[in-house]
Ligand binder design. Sequence first.
Ligand SMILES: [Zn+2]
Length: 100
Amino acid sequence: MICTCIFCGKEFEKNAKGRTPLACYDPECRLKLAEKQAEDDRMRKRKYRARVRKARKMSLSEIADLANKAGMTYGQFVAAMEGGTHEEADGSCGRTAKGC
Ligand SMILES: [Zn+2]
């Protein structure tokens, strides 16, 4: 399968199974890809944390309502919210998500 590098536009043969790579195997492009992914990851985390912060500001009845819509009990919903925070922690900073 031929893929096009998003950085240099070069066409390259996909040499591994699984996900289609975004960048060619040029070391420079791999580095840019890693930076881009790190940036995407930060963006995702920022959005996620903004969502959690927003959720934390909601009143109990609002959360209960959301939980109800999600087909969960209030407790399950809060646990999922808190659990999600935990999953977001990749441990790279050596702290929990809450500590970051
Ligand atoms: Zn490239």
